[in-house]
Design a binder for this molecule. Structure first.
Ligand SMILES: Nc1ncnc2c1ncn2[C@@H]1O[C@H](COP(=O)(O)OP(=O)(O)OP(=O)(O)O)[C@@H](O)[C@H]1O
Ligand SMILES: Cc1ncc(COP(=O)(O)O)c(N)n1
Length: 269
């Protein structure tokens, strides 16, 4: 029997019981890209389209064991981090990335949910900045996260550009400052900086309130594209197109902020 060769991507993130963000969004996104998804769960949220009712962290040892189990046996072409919740988990994840020399790493510095809940402890921001961002192939802060990382106020495209350049100095190979949390037309514009190229990436603006999971979906799609072998900027451009399509097919479920439609309708790649 011949072995099927399939690209593999790892997500290290939290569970969203509502199925719109976190591990659930990541695995759907990997599957859409025909990449086999493997996962290490960091925490379990009781969450819906309205709120995050509760968060339970997994023991650090459980996070370490999951990463070790999948990486040592299955192997991985690209990885992403999402909700890491606390300093201890960030330290353990950073260490595992080093031990297993994980390449093609997308760091999504998840801090607050679309419904306003805090998803990262206050004392964990420094650990994220010092331990994880320097290991990132691409780091993908949204407006709020970029503000917290840089201590800048970000209201304009130029301020997004300045933030991207400052975050680049923290050691990531490339930075994508996302515009979803900006006002008006800036919502569909992201800024890319890799030390040389400062690019403005723009897609059509989708008018929908159902934007839950856009950031998780984007970083997972970037990781999937890296696992397939695309270069970083092409991986980001194609991932952004995928998120735009998923937003156009977002799901009006629940009574709050619904999720993007990862598969609806089933789209051709
Ligand atoms: N209304 C929109 N129309 C088109 N693109 C959008 C819209 N809102 C967000 N995006 C795009 O979605 C991607 C994710 O950006 P966003 O700033 O929403 O991330 P985020 O805040 O981390 O998401 P999350 O909701 O998962 O926390 C970016 O490429 C952004 O440009
Ligand atoms: C487990 C988990 N991970 C990430 C997010 C951020 O996504 P959003 O900002 O769309 O709520 C979330 N709400 N839950």
């Amino acid at each position: 029997m011949t072995r099927t060769i399939v690209p593999v991507a790892l997500t290290i993130a939290g569970s969203d019981s509502g199925g719109g963000a976190g591990i659930q969004a990541d695995l759907k996104t990997f599957a859409f890209h025909r990449v086999h998804g493997i996962s290490a769960l960091t925490c379990v949220t009781a969450q819906n389209t309205l709120l995050v009712a509760r968060v339970d962290a997994l023991p650090v040892e459980a996070v370490i064991a999951q990463i070790a189990a999948v990486v040592t046996d299955i192997g991985v072409q690209a990885a992403k981090t999402g909700m890491l919740l606390n300093k201890q988990i960030i330290e353990a994840v950073a260490q595992q990335i080093e031990v297993f020399k994980l390449q093609h790493l997308v760091v999504d510095p998840v801090m607050v949910s679309r419904t306003g809940a805090q998803l990262l402890d206050d004392d964990a921001v420094a650990a994220l900045r010092n331990l994880l961002i320097p290991k990132a192939t691409i780091v993908t802060p949204n407006r709020y996260e970029a503000q917290l990382l840089t201590n800048l106020q970000i209201n304009t495209l130029d301020e997004m550009r300045i933030a991207a350049q400052q975050i680049y100095q923290m050691g990531a190979k490339a930075v994508l400052v996302k515009g979803g949390g900006m006002e008006g037309n800036l919502r569909s514009i992201d800024i890319w900086f890799d030390g040389q190229r400062l690019e403005t990436l723009k897609t059509s603006l989708v008018e929908t309130k159902n934007t839950h999971g856009t950031g998780c979906t984007l970083s997972a799609a970037i990781a999937a594209n890296l696992a397939i072998g695309k270069d970083s900027l092409s991986a980001v451009r194609q991932a952004k197109d995928y998120v735009t399509t998923a937003l156009k097919h977002s799901l009006d479920i629940g009574s709050g902020v619904g999720p993007v439609g990862h598969f609806f309708p089933i789209l051709e790649i």
